[in-house]
Every structure is written in structure tokens, then in C-alpha cells.
Design a protein around this ligand. Sequence first.
Ligand code: GLC
Ligand code: CA
Length: 527
Amino acid sequence: MKKDYLWWRDGIIYQIYPRSFADSNDDGIGDLQGITNKLDYLQGLGIDAIWLSPIYPSPDVDFGYDVADYQDIDPKFGTMKDFEVMVSEAGKRDIHIVMDLVLNHTSNQHPWFIQSMQSKDNPYHDWYIWRDPKPNGNPPNNWQAVFGGSAWEYVPELDQYYYHMFYKEQPDMNWRNPQVREALLDVFRFWLKKGVDGFRLDVFNAYFKDADFKDNPAKLGIRGFDRQKHIYDVSQPEMFPLLGEIHDILDKHKEAYAVGETFLADPKQTADYCGANKLHAAFNFDFAANRWHPLRFLNSALKWYASLSDEAWPNNFLSNHDMKRAASRYCFGEDDRRAKVAAAMLLTLKGTPFMYYGEEIGMRDIPIRNKADVKDPIGKTFWPVYKGRDGCRAPMQWNSEINAGFSKINPWLPVNKDFPMRNVVQQASDPDSLLNFYKQIIHIRKSEPALQRGDFTPLVEDPHHILAYCRALGEEEIVVVLNLSSRDLQFDLPEGQWKSLIDETLSFTGCMPLTPFQVEILKRKKE
Ligand code: GLC
Ligand code: CA
């Protein structure tokens, strides 16, 4: 590896939703052996790390985000041995492993919760958040669950309510209990010992709730959860000392990393969680919410950078397992030109790029037509207003064979019907494909430290059509010019002679022509 290269800052992190990536034993569900089989593909793509959505034993009420054992592998994904093989094979290819830690809540099938339900004097009772009813029998306060209804579930046998920020099958842990704190910090130690390199912390800013359980104030909104200001159920100050402790655990391991999923946080609040003695990084949801407009992306990136302290490093993403894929949001039909521009933006802006499996071939969401087909419980709850998250979780499209080469039997979610035309094998053989474009830009990024950790300066010119910026590190200067529009345009380059890194036979001085949706990455020629 090159000098000064730090995998989580300079590299690219690729999110895998394991159920949907590759099925090695043809039971319709992706698995660890499937991922191991595809490591050569991932190495060829040029990524540095994979973030695995949860693979722990889970009853799958929320597809792995309800964990029944933090220190094991769900048999549907394979065995601990399969995991160890995957980690070691990934290591041979310089691919790091980032585990998803879901520590705000467990499954209601976790032995800790089963104990907690036994009686009020069970030693595990206080491991979860139990409260007596109000004198009239009502829930302890007005808090709502993200996934619908009151966040409090009444248990008649105990005459108490327990708190669940998500489904009632996902009871929240009581992080104020010192034993809980130790048990959950042990989860970090356990996986670090197994050789993983980092963690993605699921809704970490919800670990602590207001000590007095005060009612949230009301605001306007559609769903119950959105009709409250979330002052008391998320983002409590107790999180900061805990982040220091987590940081200390990670510090004992070389280049270990943690990225947080900040829930209901604006860029400023998100940035406050990153830096010395805090998280290495946190997700900026603001960026992925942008409409297709250069100024939207630019202003959002600038706001993000300005919020972060000097010790913190930004990251950027456009898709994940909870939202409509970027290609579905930005592209029209099968036209991938906007997907190419988005790829170039993600891979050249300042910040670690996070890709979501299938993004490199422009996978689109699958349509969700019938309530009966919906797998994601929030899709069932909020149907037809919100159809859930199945759309972005469909099987990876490997080739044009049965089920896109994902599995020989019908997968847990249908494969997108566009797979005969849109798949890895087909795109690998097409020099103009999105896949080959991703590979090219990743290769450019990997060869240019300025694109990894250089400063960022916007170049504002025709900002309603063009997004342009300079990335500079030491003597190296790189200019990125993205035509977000379908028009032929021109761009006045900063002084000097600029060599194209996209087509090395080209170089420009002064005014450069731009075709519709053109991506140009240029390096200043040294005198
Ligand atoms: C996070 C996950 C999401 C899950 C929720 C509850 O937001 O990304 O998939 O449903 O947490 O764990
Ligand atoms: Ca399988």
C-alpha cells in the first residue's frame, strides 16, 4: 500500500446487504460463502472495505436489525468458520471488514430480553427500559415508535411497559445500566479479536434517552413519530463519554474505525459526533437527500465540511439499504448518464465514498406492486402510503442466467426484470458501461492522493448546470468538472495546462467544451 494511505479515509467502502448479494447454497438467501466467492470481483472493482449489514442470529423481524446473539453468525448466512474464512480471504485482497453493530436494541428473542420479561426482580430486568403505567393505565409518556404506534408495549404479567424505538420485537437496551454497558462494549472487543477492522453503529445516537422520560413536544407531521420534536428520545449528552470509551477500545487495534448512523441529526449535529475521542466518521444524510442540481450538491457538501472539526474526516454516500437507490432517484429509464456523473461526484468529492452493492451497475429499485408481496414490515404497516424498503434490497444482478446468477431457486425478493440487460457480466464486456466507468474512476482516485485527502475548493461557473471543484494536496492539483445537464456547455479552466485523466491523450488550456453529462477529471501539468 502507498505511503500515508489510510484505508477508511483514502479508500472506498462498499456496503453489502448479505441476504441479497450472492447465494452459495441455493436456498434463496445470500450468505457469507457467497461473499467470499465474490471477493475477486470486489478486488477488481477496487474497493478497500466491505460493510456487512447484520449477519448475527436474528428472527428477521427487521432482517437482521433485531439481533438475538451478538457473538455468533446466523445459520442462514453460514458458520463462524465461514466468517473467519471470509475475513482472511478479504485480508489477502486488502479488503477490510466493517461489521454492523445494532446496539440500541436487541431482538425480543435475545436471551437477555427473555430473562428481562421473567419478573421485575430478575437480574436482567433492568437491562431493558421498563416503566410503570401512568395511574390511568396509559403508557409512561408520549413517545412514538419509528415504525408506527406508541413506543411502549404493555406486558400484563409484569404490569409494566417496555420501550422500543422501532418494532415491539426490538426492545431498547438500558445503556445506563453498567452491566449492559460492559456487555455491549464486549461486542466490540469480540469482533476486533476476530480480525474485523471497523464498525457501523446502527442508530447510536438513540442509545440514551432522557433520564426522566419527559414528553416530547408536538410539531406538524404526518405519521405519529413525525408529529413530535425528538428532544428527549434521541441525541442525549450521555453519548459523548461513551464515544470516548468506544474510541479507547478501537485505539488498541491498528487503524480500527467506527462510523455512526446518526438518526434525525442535521449535518452540524452529525459532525459533532466525529473527531478526537469520538467516532471516526458519521453518515451525512443531508447529502443523499439532494435533488439533481449542482448547487444542491455543492452547498450540501460545503455545509458538511464546514461543520466538521479539523480532526474529523467527511464521508459521502448516495444509497443504502433504507432508501430508494440513487439510480432510481436520479436516472430516467435505462439511461445511465446521470449515474456516471453521480459516481464521479461521489468518488472525487472530499470524503470517504460509501457505495451500495449493485450501485456500480446502476441497479434500480424493484417495483413493489402488492401488499401481499411486501417483506419489510414497515411496508406492510404503512401500505400504501409507504411501501417499505424492499425496493432497494433486491438480489445482485451477476449475469443473465436464471435469477441473475444470484441463486438457482427463487430468491427471497424478486430479481429486477431488467437483469438480462443489466448485470455484471454484460457490463464487464461493454467498454462504455457504468461498471467500467466506476472501475476507471476508482482507479484514478487510487492513483491520486489529492483525490483521496486533498483540500476542496469549489469552482463556481455556470452553477445551474456544472458542478466543478479543485482538489489539492501539496503540489498536486486536480480539477473535476461535472456537467449535470443535457446541454453542450463550456468551462473556463483555471490558468495552466490541464491533462485529462479520463482520456490521457487529451489536454486543455482555457476554455474546455463539455458534452451533455460529461465528466472530466484534469491534472495540472507541472511547468
Ligand atoms: C437503522 C437501520 C435500519 C433498521 C433500523 C432499526 O436505521 O439502517 O435498517 O431498520 O436502524 O435497527
Ligand atoms: Ca444461501
